[in-house]
Design a protein around this ligand. Structure first.
Ligand SMILES: [Cu+2]
Length: 95
């Protein structure tokens, strides 16, 4: 019985942590021009993944888009935009 309760407690804890983590992740889709090929996509992805707090990057030269999931406590959209610009691509502001 005690063992059972401990297991349940453990499960709740894990679920709670997962929910907390999911809540801290923000996703965004940026319009980025200047990427011409897979090399550009990899370049953008690698530079963004090097920033602490970026979880996933999906760059598409075809769609002119960079989709990201990041922890807003560790980085910001501003930093992400700057990093893309520094890599030589243009982030188009959504109006
Ligand atoms: Cu390229």
């Amino acid at each position: 019985m005690i063992r059972y309760l401990l297991l349940v407690g453990c499960d709740i804890n894990t679920t709670f942590k997962w929910l907390l983590e999911a809540k801290m992740i923000e996703s965004a889709s940026l319009t980025v021009t200047g990427m011409k090929c897979g090399g550009c996509e990899n370049n953008v992805s690698a530079k963004l993944m090097n920033l602490g707090g970026v979880k996933t990057v999906s760059a598409s030269s075809k769609d002119n888009s960079v989709k990201i999931e990041f922890d807003p406590n560790k980085t910001s959209l501003e930093t992400i935009s700057e990093t893309i610009a520094e890599a030589g691509y243009k982030v188009v502001e959504d109006i």
